[in-house]
Design a protein around this ligand. Structure first.
Ligand SMILES: *Cc1c(COP(=O)(O)O)cnc(C)c1O
Length: 405
């Protein structure tokens, strides 16, 4: 044997990804400014210049979460690591946690609770419905020893938005701390961490922040950091232990914890800067306006929404697939012929709904019009009787009647 015997059979070449338009459940398109930021020189992660950038980023994150929490930073890992970080730090084995499940991600929260030695009290709601606050209140009444309430603000699997403010109010009344999943809501829907009293919150870089995947913005209240500081047992994860990270993110004299993914953090910094330039309210309104225009276009094709109007996420449009349509073929044609990615349904909705993301940079007028034209053409070509151009016209009309203030 020589080293040559271990070469791959197919000769590797430089990878050039095609330019897609990402309108699925995430990732969304990365803004060119953010991509450019990533390509800048790598710095040592304890370099004072890098530390300055990180401090600035913490400030930008506090703005995007609307919080003054000291412990606001980004976890080096995707949204799922942010999720696990909340649970592993806050659950002491034996703790009872009320978990709301109205889609895929609530199910993952239950997994987290159980793997970290907690007991999950599950509050189930149908997929496509928001979390029912009355059911949560009943569960807390019946379980006065519950320590934490965990819920998903924006269920990406269905496109339903839950009332985080009310859920947090209820938790407070029963002396419960809260864990909120805002992976898909941050920058797309209003979030007020301090005003609503969310104790632990996590998000992701690749949904409405227009960043590549791999980072998870998080924020913890003082109640959480006190709890973790005063734990009798060691947190059951070395990497995610908040006590260890306090020395890195919590102080100005940074000591080595792990090598921060410097270039990925330049990207997040740039995307948060863009969000602060745009302004949160403007970003929320932009997501809403593009959603309404897309909806107007869908209506011309008889395409209806899964979620009731008042609970719909503007950034994640789950719609029923028209009857008799080969939905896989539609998605294949959109990808192959239009380089447009949309999402399939999950669980019970596999084959029944499509999920159209309008997240971050992807939430823009030209994407809405392009997507409606592409879908209308593909469906017409596959035999549906549609008036060509009607969908985009309806969207145009919505835009004309509802200018961005
Ligand atoms: C995408 C998503 C996650 C997981 O994030 P990853 O970055 O894929 O690990 C968690 N919760 C919700 C609601 C999401 O949409």
């Amino acid at each position: 044997m020589t080293t040559e015997d271990f070469r791959p059979e197919k000769e590797a070449t430089t990878f050039y990804p095609p330019q897609r338009i990402l309108m699925g459940p995430g990732p969304s398109d990365t803004h060119p400014r953010v991509l450019a930021a990533m390509a800048r020189p790598t710095l040592g992660h304890l370099d004072p210049v890098f530390s300055e950038m990180m401090d600035e980023m913490k400030g930008l994150l506090r703005y995007s979460f609307q919080t003054k929490n000291m412990m606001t930073f980004s976890v080096s890992g995707p949204g799922s690591v942010g999720m696990e970080m909340c649970f592993v730090n806050m659950i002491v084995p034996g703790d009872k946690v009320v978990v709301c499940r109205n889609g895929v991600f609530g199910g993952r929260m239950i997994e987290n609770v159980e793997r970290h030695g907690g007991t999950a009290v599950v509050v189930d709601d149908d997929w496509g419905k928001p979390v029912d606050p009355q059911k949560v209140e009943d569960a807390l009444k019946q379980n006065p020893d519950a320590k934490i309430l965990a819920f998903v603000h924006a269920e990406t699997s269905t496109g339903a938005l839950s009332d985080a403010k009310t859920l947090c109010e209820i938790a407070r009344r029963y002396d419960c701390m809260t864990i909120a999943d805002t992976v898909t809501s941050l920058a797309g829907s209003p979030i007020y961490v301090d005003e609503w009293g969310i104790d632990a919150i996590y998000s992701g870089s690749q949904k409405c922040l227009s960043c590549p995947p791999g980072l998870s913005p998080v924020s913890f209240s003082e109640r959480v950091t006190d709890l973790v500081k005063n734990r009798q047992d060691k947190v059951h994860s070395w990497f995610m232990d908040l006590n260890q990270l306090l020395g890195y993110w919590g102080s100005s004299t940074r000591t080595y914890h792990h090598t921060a993914p410097t270039n990925a953090l330049y990207a997040l910094h740039e995307s948060l800067l863009m969000l602060s330039e745009e302004g949160l309210e403007h970003s929320w309104a932009r997501h809403e306006r593009n959603h309404q225009a897309l909806k107007a276009g869908f209506a011309t094709m008889g395409i209806n929404y899964l979620v009731e109007e008042q609970y719909r996420l503007p950034q994640l449009n789950s719609v029923f697939i028209p009857e008799g349509v080969d939905e896989k073929e539609v998605r294949r044609r959109l990808l192959d012929d239009y380089s447009l990615e949309i999402g399939a349904g999950l669980g019970a909705f596999a084959g029944k709904v499509w999920r159209f993301g309008l997240m971050g940079t992807s939430s823009k007028v030209e994407n809405v019009l392009f997507c409606l034209n592409a879908l209308e053409t593909v469906l017409s070509d596959m035999g549906m009787n549609l008036e060509r151009g009607a969908a985009a016209s309806a969207a145009h009309r919505y835009y004309a009647d509802n200018p961005m203030s």
